[in-house]
Design a protein around this ligand. Structure first.
Ligand code: FES
Ligand code: FES
Length: 160
């Protein structure tokens, strides 16, 4: 076993992992941060999406030991201390989830998009979310929600 030291949503965490432990296992089973969901565990659904040092990654495919010293952000940390992020509010306002299982991953992937491209086109939103699957097929409202959040944040609406 090896001691892993990471920061998750701004909080320093130390856990013991072995060579096969995934970041998803660390987050959910050792740190009890359950926003990242277990879907396919093969990198195909995006339910486990997190930001690692600001980059969108699949937690299920990420070896925990490989992220030692990194800053991890899950959906729980997207809003920061200011409350819900504009994306989170917008998903709620646009009814962009049904069962909600894909929603954390969708929001994290959308955050990664807006961080790099604050005013994405509809096509860019679709491309950015193409790795995130929604079994309830809420795609139309998800895209509306991301567009609306982009408008608010890019207009200096004071949202995080
Ligand atoms: S659970 Fe990680 S991509 Fe599906
Ligand atoms: S809202 Fe159910 S999987 Fe997307």
């Amino acid at each position: 076993m090896v001691l892993l030291e990471i920061s998750v949503n701004g909080k320093g965490c130390r856990v013991l992992v072995d060579a096969t432990t995934s970041l998803l296992t660390v987050l959910r089973e050792q740190l009890h941060i359950t926003g990242p969901k277990i879907g396919c565990e093969t990198g195909d659904c995006g339910a486990c999406s997190v930001l690692i040092d600001g980059k969108l990654r699949r937690a299920c495919l990420t070896n925990a030991m490989s992220v030692n010293g990194s800053e991890i952000t899950t959906v729980e940390g997207i809003g920061g201390s200011g409350g819900l992020h504009a994306l989170q509010k917008s998903f709620y306002e646009h009814h962009a989830s049904q069962c909600g299982y894909c929603t954390p991953g969708m929001i994290v992937a959308s955050k990664a998009l807006l961080d790099n491209n604050p005013t994405p086109t509809e096509l860019e939103i679709k491309e950015a979310l193409s790795g995130n699957l929604c079994r309830c097929a809420s795609y139309v409202n998800i895209i509306k929600a991301v567009k609306s959040a982009a408008l608010k944040t890019s207009n200096g609406g004071g949202e995080p």
